[in-house]
Design a binder for this molecule. Structure first.
Ligand code: ADP
Length: 252
């Protein structure tokens, strides 16, 4: 699906967070990069209509999201934000966001496999039917931060919406699990337009395109290769992180 933001500005009170931002997104994986406070989360919230722009428009396939009703709009995207809630239901019901009778178990399996969570679930005595959380069920399962993140990613994949928005979907994962997810980004995003916020440049290698935000505007946009060749801000960030890792290696 074609997603377009057109001349978007956003102010919180008197503070301008985004100023005249325009960008088109089509099927594929887009990495959103930029320093803390640059406006990345604000942009993602605007894309899914959780907040309204002060100026400008968000369009899905040419139609302004202001013209969609809430239910229609909600069907268009799946999102993983830093703040989330999980209902105390079974694992398969969490992933499918539906009661047991409506769950497509094969699809749940595929999504959990791609998110790297299938083996963990298979080891639980009640497998997909395990109850989540101990608040209600004494034998409910608790997951670590990284495992919860994988579960949320599987849930976002299960939903057959054309747009997927991920706010640092791998922040709580260990480096190996994180790298496994990066390598599968294209499969995870299959057929979808995916925008994800990341701080790690290792992940942007796997994006179809990278968007660098600074001071409320897009300052660079292109493929990993193009941006490295440009030797601009992305290149400098990349060199800085690479140097840090290399120095760590030497220190070891
Ligand atoms: P990023 O995701 O790039 O770190 P955010 O989009 O979360 O940046 O925030 C951009 C700026 O907007 C920050 O300075 C933040 O403090 C401010 N901000 C975010 N949400 C609100 C809000 N609801 N009210 C006021 N200011 C906000």
């Amino acid at each position: 699906m074609k997603l377009e933001i057109k001349n978007i500005s956003k102010q919180y009170g008197k503070k301008t967070v985004l100023q005249g931002v325009s960008q088109e997104f089509s099927e594929g994986v887009y990495g959103l990069l930029g320093p803390n406070g640059a406006g990345k989360t604000t942009l993602v919230k605007l894309i899914c209509g959780l907040i309204d722009p002060t100026e400008g428009q968000v369009l899905y396939d040419g139609k302004s999201i202001a013209e969609y009703d809430r239910v229609e709009l909600y069907r268009m995207y799946s999102a993983v934000f830093q703040q989330f809630s999980i209902m105390p239901v079974t694992v398969e019901e969490i992933v499918a966001e539906a009661p047991a009778a409506q769950v497509d178990s094969e699809r749940v399996k595929k999504c959990l496999e791609l998110a790297g969570m299938w083996e963990r679930i298979q080891k639980l005595p009640n497998k997909l039917q395990s109850q989540f959380g101990r608040t209600i069920y004494e034998d409910g399962v608790e997951f670590s931060g990284g495992e919860t993140q994988k579960l949320l990613l599987a849930r976002a994949m299960y939903k057959s919406s054309p747009i997927m928005l991920l706010d640092e979907p791998t922040a709580a994962l260990d480096p190996i699990a994180e790298s496994e997810i990066y390598h599968k980004y294209n499969q995870i995003s299959e057929g979808k337009t995916t925008v994800f916020i990341s701080h790690r440049l290792a992940s942007t290698n796997f994006c179809n395109r990278i968007i660098l935000i600074e001071d409320g505007a897009i300052c660079e946009e292109g493929t990993h290769r193009e941006l490295l060749d440009k030797k601009g801000k992305y290149y400098n960030l990349f060199e800085m992180q690479a140097k840090y890792y290399r120095e760590e290696e030497v220190a070891e």
